[in-house]
Design a protein around this ligand. Structure first.
Ligand code: AMP
Length: 368
């Protein structure tokens, strides 16, 4: 069994670290200039340039059984071409949908999944009119290439819309999507998997806290979450996966409001908010993805206790300092730069109070 992963980052690394014990071989496709330090020594790394032919790459990669991706920012036409040689999981359509916020929100609504009210804008001078129609406050997001909170403007009034139009370089960042601000109580996510035979398994939801638009902590199960609401979210992701004939792990980020749940974003891959599964579940999300693409049985067992994750954003953690009982360090082997995701610490505990106290202590010690 051999998998080629598009991308050479930490998600590719953790997929390989989870799949190798099952005898799965890994190889990786990198773009010119992409740092492959995370996956060096875990399998062959083949560079794809604009001139590369997929048939040649397939041979250089050692004829993998499956091509998958660790990121949504791939050239979909390129990804799709591998289907002439082997399985391509997740399907390219799912990747294509997730690359554009307008496509994604339209697809979610068409699949019966509620989202924030939204409106597309192609020109800057349309924004204040559309925002008034939606009702302030709104968030304006670039339709493509925005991630981790980048390419977003919060507007409370027409004056903010006018100020946004004057920001340096903003005119080149369109088209945009306006979204009505959702007054959420919590941000949660669900990570689920579907096999080729159509078996589906979803992990318990996690509650996520972001710092400067980047995920900082996840905790699962979510405190005080209505069971019916959790089932609704799992129902949504199952419907989406079935509609797309999806194979692999899919993640969905949602807002919990007074009136129910609305979806914000899909990620056609393993997700940072699912890292806690590595140490809290017999089969974590990375192994689950490998199982799904090879049509092996999925596994989700009830969580005993509470699990959490703290991202290491530009901060180094030493194993000696953090490996207390119930703590697990995952270091990606990257150079530490300000704000960069360089690792995470998973924590498990019997109860929520202990877990939250441990996460707080770690955060205070590492981010002081
Ligand atoms: P995104 O890039 O869509 O994941 O947004 C980054 C973060 O901005 C989210 O995790 C939320 O905290 C916030 N956000 C995005 N969209 C909305 C919205 N429509 N209403 C309220 N907050 C939002």
């Amino acid at each position: 069994m051999r998998i080629a992963v598009l991308g050479t980052g930490q998600l590719a690394r953790m997929m390989a670290l989870a799949g190798m014990p099952m005898g799965v071989e890994f190889c990786f496709v990198k773009s010119p200039g992409e740092d492959s330090r995370c996956v060096d020594h875990l399998g062959d790394v083949v560079e794809a340039t604009d001139d590369s032919h997929v048939a040649d790459l397939y041979e250089q990669l050692g004829r993998p059984d499956v091509v998958t991706t660790e990121k949504e920012g791939v050239d979909v036409a390129f990804y799709e071409q591998f289907a002439q040689h082997c399985d391509v999981s997740p399907p390219s359509k799912a990747v294509w949908i997730s690359q554009n916020r307008l496509r994604e929100k339209t697809f979610l609504n068409d699949s019966g999944v509620p989202t924030a009210a939204f409106a597309p804008a192609n020109r800057l001078d349309e924004i204040s009119g559309l925002a008034s129609e939606l009702g302030y406050p709104v968030i304006v997001k670039t339709q493509e290439n925005g991630y981790d909170g980048k390419g977003q403007w919060w507007l409370d009034s027409d004056a903010d819309a006018a100020a946004m139009a004057k920001v340096n370089g903003v005119e080149d960042s369109g088209p945009w999507l306006l979204e009505k601000v959702v007054p959420f109580k919590k941000e949660v996510s669900v990570v689920a998997a579907r096999t080729q035979s159509g078996a589906v398994a979803a992990y318990p939801l996690a509650e996520n806290v972001h710092r400067n638009g980047i995920l900082l902590t996840s905790i699962s199960p979510v405190a005080d979450l209505d069971e019916a609401l959790a089932s609704e979210v799992k129902g949504h992701i199952t419907r989406i996966m079935n509609a797309l004939n999806y194979v692999g792990v899919l993640s969905m980020e949602c807002f919990v409001t007074e009136d129910g749940v609305v979806a914000n974003e899909l990620a056609p891959r393993v997700h940072n908010s699912g890292h806690w599964t590595q140490n809290a579940m017999p089969v974590g999300q990375f192994e689950q993805h490998v199982r799904a693409v090879f049509d092996l049985p999925l596994s989700v067992t009830p969580v005993s206790g509470v699990a959490g994750m703290l991202n290491l954003l530009g901060v180094k953690a030493n194993a000696g300092d953090v490996l207390q009982t119930g703590q697990h360090l995952h270091w990606y082997g990257k150079e530490v730069r300000p704000g960069r995701k360089v690792g995470h610490i998973n924590v498990t505990a019997d109860d929520r109070i202990t877990l939250e106290a441990t996460l707080k202590q770690l955060q205070a010690a590492l981010y002081s």
